[in-house]
Structures are given as C-alpha cells and as structure tokens.
Design a protein around this ligand. Structure first.
Ligand code: HPA
Ligand code: ZN
Length: 348
C-alpha cells in the first residue's frame, strides 16, 4: 500500500486536543465502538470521491459538513458517503489516518466496526478489505504503539441474509485481527430473531459479539440482543435504565455497555450531554465504556468523550481510568494483549 495523502484535520480539532491533553494528562484511552467508514472527515470523503470519480455532493450541507436531520437520514448519508470509498487502498489510508490520529490523542487500544457489506457493493472482496485494514493497524501499532482489532459488522437494514453471509465470510476467512462480530444499522428494521443465525455462526467460531440495541429502541431491543444473539457487549444500551429488572440482569451477567454520549445527543435521544444517563449508568454499577461512534459526523472523538464526561459530570481521573480499564477487560482481543494494555494503563 502506498503512503496516504488525506487532509490533516481542522484547527478547531487541534485546539480541542490541547484542552483535552490538560484534563486527561496522558491517561491511556481505549475505544470499543467506532464505525470505520464514519471516521472519514468530509474533506477526506471529497478526496476519495474525486479520486474514484463518484458524485457524493448531495451528502454535504452549505458548510461542507455531512447533512442529515434524523437517525434514518443519518444512516442514508452514511451509506452514501461509504460509496466514495472504493478500493483497498482507500480503506488502508483511512484506517491508518484514524489510528495515527487516535494514537496522538492518547488511545492505546481501538476496535472498529468494519462493514464488508458496504465494501462489497463495489467489488472489494472480504479478504482484500480485511488485509487492507489490518495492514494499516499494524503500521500504526509499529509507529505509535496503538493496538487495533476489527469487528466484522453486518448492517441490519441490509437484511438478515446478508448478515448471515457476512458472519460466514468472517468464519471462512479467519484473520488474527478479526476478533469480533457485530450488528449496526437500523435497530428497528426486521425481526431480531432473523439475525440470530448470523450471531450463532460467529459465536461458534469464537468471535466476541456485540449488537446495537437500546439506542433507537427501548429495553426490549437489549433484551432481544441478550436472549437471541447472546452478545458479550451491547452497542449503546443506554435505555436499559427504563427497565430496572433488565438493568439488574445486565449488571449480574457482567455485560459491558458501549456508551456513546455525543452520538446519542446528536441523534436526538437526549436533549443535551447534561441530560444523558451516563452518570446514572455508572452509579448503577454497570460496566460502562466511552466511545465516539461516528467521529466525523458528530465532531467528536473518544478523547473528547472522556474530557466532556469529566467537565460535565465531574468524573475524576480515577473514574476516567476506570472507563479504559473496563474497555480493555471487555475487549475482543487475546488475554496476553489485555495484560500488556492494562500494564500500560497502570503505569500512568
Ligand atoms: N448507529 C447505528 N448504525 C450505524 C451507526 C450508528 O451510529 N453508524 C454506522 N452505522
Ligand atoms: Zn454505532
């Protein structure tokens, strides 16, 4: 793969980085919930679109940012922007770009959702996709120590047959950096039971499991993810506090929540970060991690999430370190890697 030539980021982002550095004071961070295609900033999407002769001008607003007004429109924009990413080289570049930036922000471990269904639409094979993303992760690790892993992800609104086929691809082509299987997309699309087969296939192959639930829909979708998919982690899950018994069960079973506060506010789930249930989830003794979800859409990264949680909810450094510890403990990587990561955390 050749060297990337993507945009370097806006001055606003650099200013934020300085503020965060003060508050976080070199605390190692970890992220479990981030969609790879959503790490592509609008400037880079324009570079990819131009390079691949694709017209995605309809996805931008007058300011040149991604345009969407609600969750459905967000998913449509996301799918449309993903169409500008057409080659393994594109995936290599955007992955290297993201991991390099996150390493500079203090992230020592990051899992990303990678969607073979988006990439496959334009002829990128599963193995070419995974090889490109993995090559970039390895390069980023060699340069800056950040460790990456891939969660192969199906997209609920693309249908259950695709979901099953995606799980099967991951199982038929095992790769050391592919350690999880997940489901993103429209939580309300189709019947959950239809997707259970995909999770069965992935589980039998030893992949860690996570599904978006309790974001758009209420506690019942978390209940389905647990009872039908037998997930290890819940993507979002923030609405479980609406059902005390379910929250208690999630706690007893030790399931980890991949909480993405800024994403939840951006999508309209909560009116502000101040009104987000993050403190209540922590107070309930649930296993909580902090994540950016869709950084380029919500103008946030995981370091921002840590910093904002300290500023808005008053979390101390020990609590912030607790988010990293929980993320490493719940990570879909081998135990030797976890021990190494925890050692790095404990050194700070
Ligand atoms: N939620 C659900 N599905 C998604 C998202 C998200 O934030 N981003 C990409 N696919
Ligand atoms: Zn998500």
């Amino acid at each position: 793969m050749s060297a990337p030539c993507l945009a370097r980021g806006s001055p606003g982002r650099l200013a934020l980085a300085n503020v965060a550095a003060d508050i976080l004071n070199n605390l190692p961070l970890a992220e479990l919930h981030c969609h790879l295609e959503a790490t592509v900033e609008p400037d880079d999407a324009r570079i990819f679109a131009k390079r691949n002769s694709i017209d995605i001008s309809g996805v931008f607003n007058d300011q040149g940012d991604y345009h969407w007004r609600d969750f459905k429109e967000f998913l449509d924009t996301y799918d449309a922007v993903s169409e500008a990413i057409r080659t393994p080289q594109d995936y290599y570049e955007l992955t290297l770009h993201y991991y390099t930036r996150m390493a500079a922000r203090g992230v020592i471990y990051g899992e990303v959702f990678v969607s073979p269904e988006h990439a496959g639409k334009f002829g990128i094979s599963y193995t070419a996709l995974i090889d490109a993303v993995a090559a970039a992760m390895r390069e980023a690790e060699a340069k800056s120590g950040i460790v990456g892993r891939i969660i192969v992800t199906c997209v609920r609104h693309f249908g259950s047959e695709h979901a099953t086929a995606t799980a099967q691809l991951a199982v038929d082509h095992p790769h050391p950096m592919v350690t999880g299987f997940g489901m993103a997309g429209d939580e309300a699309f189709g019947a959950a039971a239809d997707y259970a087969r995909a999770f069965d296939i992935a589980r039998d192959a030893g992949l860690g499991l996570t599904a978006h639930a309790g974001e758009i829909l209420g506690p019942e979708s978390v209940h389905e993810a647990i009872t039908l998919f037998h997930v290890d982690r819940i993507g979002h899950g923030v609405r479980i506090l609406e059902d005390d018994a379910l929250a208690a069960a999630v706690k007893d079973w030790g399931l980890t929540l991949e909480v993405c506060p800024t994403s939840n506010v951006a999508i309209g789930l909560y009116p502000s970060l101040e009104r987000h249930p993050l403190p209540a989830l922590v107070a309930a003794g649930l296993k909580v991690t902090l994540n950016a979800d869709d950084p380029a859409y919500f103008d946030v990264d995981v370091a921002d999430e840590y910093r904002k949680s300290a500023e808005i909810h008053g979390f101390e450094r020990e609590r912030l370190a607790g988010f990293t510890r929980t993320a490493i403990e719940a990570a879909f990587c081998d135990s030797k890697t976890k021990v190494e990561l925890l050692t790095r955390l404990d050194r700070n």
